[in-house]
Ligand binder design. Structure first.
Ligand code: PAF
Length: 277
């Protein structure tokens, strides 16, 4: 991989990179399309990164379909598919960790301790191997994209981090490889997460900005659905610091993480509040 990209860079080619954990869906493919439009060559990686899963999380059963993924990427005309294995990425004696302080222990980081250290470490390694000009991430994993953007700036990595819109199913459910865990009955009701975000965003933009009241309404709406077993968080956050907002103004991240049955799903919407004249 490193020899291949060195050759491309010597010829002055730009490289668009889409890091993934596989089980590719339309969300991933939209990133590949964008990378193809904006770069000479497109590289996609598939690596289910053990470092970003907690001991009781779904690493062993995370969906894997390299054959299906390869076909999908061929259809999208991605140029290079990089599938490293764990001993190659983390040989014996591997000690380094990348931690993007403060923003990594908010939101999902609070509920999944160490998760974003695993993400930042593997993405930093992949960036060093692939040497992309631009790298593409979905807005669904907003916190991940913010953390990677910060890592890139803090470590002077010469890479543009491009955040692309969340791709949704017809009922609004954000596409995710983990949606495959949902039973039919759970899948039917899982649009409730996006609906509650959208309704709250609409209330915000119509001028209702009482964050305590809106947050309560959002929680109630989600929990009305009996298949929702718990909410990790649902509320309003600063899109840069990821701190919870009590005053709603400027750019606002509406974000939710909840369990439908045993499946933990996340989603978010960004809202820009109009300035009062
Ligand atoms: O979003 C993902 O699929 C993963 O977190 C990533 C960025 C490929 C790192 O393993």
């Amino acid at each position: 991989m490193q020899d291949t990209v060195s050759g491309l860079l010597l010829c002055g080619k730009t490289i668009g990179f889409v890091p993934t954990m596989g089980a590719l869906h339309e969300g991933h493919l939209s990133l590949v399309k964008r990378a193809r439009q904006e770069n000479d060559k497109t590289v996609v990686s598939i690596f289910v990164n053990p470092l970003q899963f907690g001991p009781d999380e779904d690493f062993p059963r995370y969906p894997r379909d390299v054959e299906g993924d390869t076909e999908k990427l061929a259809k999208e005309a991605a140029d290079i598919l990089f599938i490293p294995d764990a001993p190659l990425m983390y040989p014996e004696g591997f000690l380094t960790r990348i931690e993007v302080g403060k923003i990594s222990d908010k939101l999902c980081g609070f509920f999944r301790p160490g998760h974003f250290i695993g993400v930042a470490t593997v993405v930093a390694k992949l960036f060093h191997i692939v040497k992309p000009t631009r790298s593409y991430f979905g807005q669904k994993d907003f916190q991940q994209a913010v953390i990677i953007g910060k890592m890139v700036r803090d470590l002077n990595m010469d890479i543009d981090v491009v955040i692309c819109p969340t791709i949704r199913e017809k009922d609004g459910l954000a596409m995710s490889s983990r949606n495959a865990y949902l039973t039919q009955a759970e899948r039917k009701v899982s649009g409730v997460l996006y609906r509650s975000l959208k309704e709250t965003a609409d209330l915000l933009t119509s001028g209702i900005i009482n964050s305590i009241h809106l947050k309560e309404m959002m929680h109630e709406k989600i929990l009305q659905e009996p298949a929702v077993s718990s909410i990790d968080y649902a509320g309003f956050y600063d899109p840069e610091t990821l701190k919870e907002l009590s005053m709603i103004q400027g750019d606002v991240l509406l974000a939710v993480a909840a369990k439908i049955g045993n499946t933990r799903l996340i989603d978010n919407i960004l809202v820009t509040m109009r300035k009062e004249r």
